[in-house]
Write a protein that binds this ligand. Structure first.
Ligand SMILES: O=C(CO)[C@@H](O)[C@H](O)[C@H](O)[C@H](O)COP(=O)(O)O
Ligand SMILES: [Zn+2]
Length: 189
């Protein structure tokens, strides 16, 4: 068990080494999301497996509460509606499960947080492509070398580990940091 703890600490140390490039990008991502929310837009989130859980977790911090009592903020995880996911997956393609929901509810000025540890999940890539065509800013929360999503997204936050679990552990740290920045930016804490 202690091997897992040590492996997590090593990944966090590697992340620390990237802080000079990552911190300004996380700050920029928080500001962009806050700007969109201030203007009446919303944050949409997507990802597979553990990243679907992260998408829901981050959305809940905003619609519910992160640190302090405040008005709810508009955030929707595209991972939660099993009817939409099974209908679109079954009738169209699993690659379309996020893109089609996004087409239905996204408006120009919204932001998409696209979460993928490999950076290569087809359904997340398809969502980012649709985001671009709908005037939605895309922020990638990625791992490894960022994969294909790195270049597709308007802004990419890449955790430089090659282990999926370690990347996810850093993703939720960055997700919480974004929630804190958003609350600060909106003057709500
Ligand atoms: O949580 C884990 C592994 O820690 C898995 O459920 C993992 O999220 C799934 O294999 C995903 O399908 C991986 O997708 P992605 O992060 O490469 O986009
Ligand atoms: Zn996991």
């Amino acid at each position: 068990m202690s091997a897992l703890f040590l492996s997590n600490l090593a990944a966090q140390r590697e992340l620390l080494g990237q802080l000079h490039t990552l911190a300004p990008d996380v700050q920029a991502a928080g500001e962009r999301i806050a700007q969109a929310l201030r203007a009446g837009g919303k944050l949409l989130l997507c990802g597979n497996g553990g990243s679907a859980a992260d998408a829901q977790h981050i959305a809940a911090e905003l619609t519910g509460r992160f640190i302090q009592e405040r008005r709810p903020l508009a955030a929707v995880a595209l991972t939660t509606d099993t009817s939409a996911l099974t209908c679109i997956g079954n009738d169209y393609s699993f690659d379309d499960i996020f893109a089609r929901q996004l087409q239905a509810i996204a408006r120009p000025g919204d932001v998409l947080l696209a979460i993928s540890t490999s950076g290569n999940s087809r359904n997340v890539m398809r969502a980012v492509e649709v985001a671009r065509s709908e005037g939605v800013i895309s922020i990638g929360l990625l791992g490894r070398d960022g994969g294909a999503l790195r270049a597709l997204c308007d802004l990419s936050l890449v955790v430089p580990s090659t282990v999926t679990a370690r990347i996810q552990e850093s993703h939720i740290l960055i997700g919480h940091t974004l929630c804190g920045l958003i609350e600060q930016e909106l003057g709500l804490v």
